[in-house]
Design a protein around this ligand. Structure first.
Ligand code: SF4
Ligand code: FES
Length: 241
């Protein structure tokens, strides 16, 4: 018989909550409607620990220590503070470091401002890559394609220069990375029967009903191979199905 995960009890800001072993502090705080800022987190993706904006205080061996809530998991009796002065200071510091590095990127500027960092008005949005890894994880964990890779430096990596590698042969042009990117760094252009992502040009398929170009040939090929559904049966867009 398959064994279920054991339950533990933790305390967040003095409120007790049951938690499944392995669940993160960020998830449990969310259940209690406690807002914790994040830039590199997505509920459907594995944690990455890059932005450090989700810092909380955790009591370990009688001492309060700062920890990233997206990578810290629940343990019996764990006490967590999400809004102490130390937490606010730490988040502000993380935000100001990001802002110093990417001052022209709106998502960073807005986050920094919301955490008390003094920011300056900018007319342009630089759409910098902030190395949050969301595009890479989305491609690998949700799409299951692995067209993007990130130099793996383990959890809790420091912010560093961009190191995303694009593998054109693997990419199916689905555009999920474009949706995942919080800064607009990943761009997709569409014109007629062409879609361009990461400088790769895809030929689009038009809907057999309405004629609208709706998906790259390579994406439909990939779905067909995965599911066994013939390519010809995949050529109707979502609206016409
Ligand atoms: S391209 Fe966008 S999603 Fe990918 S790591 Fe950079 S900021 Fe994050
Ligand atoms: S959300 Fe936890 S480190 Fe970015």
């Amino acid at each position: 018989m398959k064994k279920g995960k054991s339950m533990v009890t933790i305390q967040i800001d003095g409120r007790k909550i049951k938690a499944e072993e392995g669940s993160t502090i960020l998830e449990k705080a969310d259940e209690l409607n406690i807002h914790i800022p994040t830039l590199c987190h997505h509920a459907n993706l594995s944690p990455f620990g890059a932005c450090r904006l989700c810092t909380v205080e955790v009591k370990a061996n009688g001492k309060w220590e700062l920890a990233a809530s997206c990578t810290t998991t629940a343990e019996e009796g764990l006490e967590i503070r999400t809004a102490s002065d130390a937490v606010k200071e730490s988040r502000k510091l993380a935000a100001s470091l990001l802002y110093r590095k990417y001052p022209g990127t709106e998502a960073v500027r807005k986050m920094a401002e919301s955490l008390g960092v003094e920011v300056y008005e900018e007319d342009e949005d630089d759409h910098d890559c902030i190395l949050c890894g969301l595009c890479v994880r989305t491609c690998r964990e949700i799409v299951g394609v692995n067209a993007l890779t990130f130099e793996d430096r383990g959890l809790n990596r420091e912010v560093d220069e961009p190191s995303i590698t694009f593998e054109p042969k693997a990419c199916i042009g689905c555009g999920s990375c474009v949706v995942a990117c919080p800064t607009g760094h990943v761009k997709m252009e569409e014109e007629g029967d062409r879609r361009i992502i990461w400088n790769k040009v895809f030929k689009m398929v038009s809907c057999s009903d309405c004629g609208r170009y709706f998906a790259p040939e390579e994406q439909l090929d990939w779905i067909s191979n995965k599911t066994g559904v013939p390519f010809a049966e995949l050529t109707t867009c979502v609206s016409c199905r």
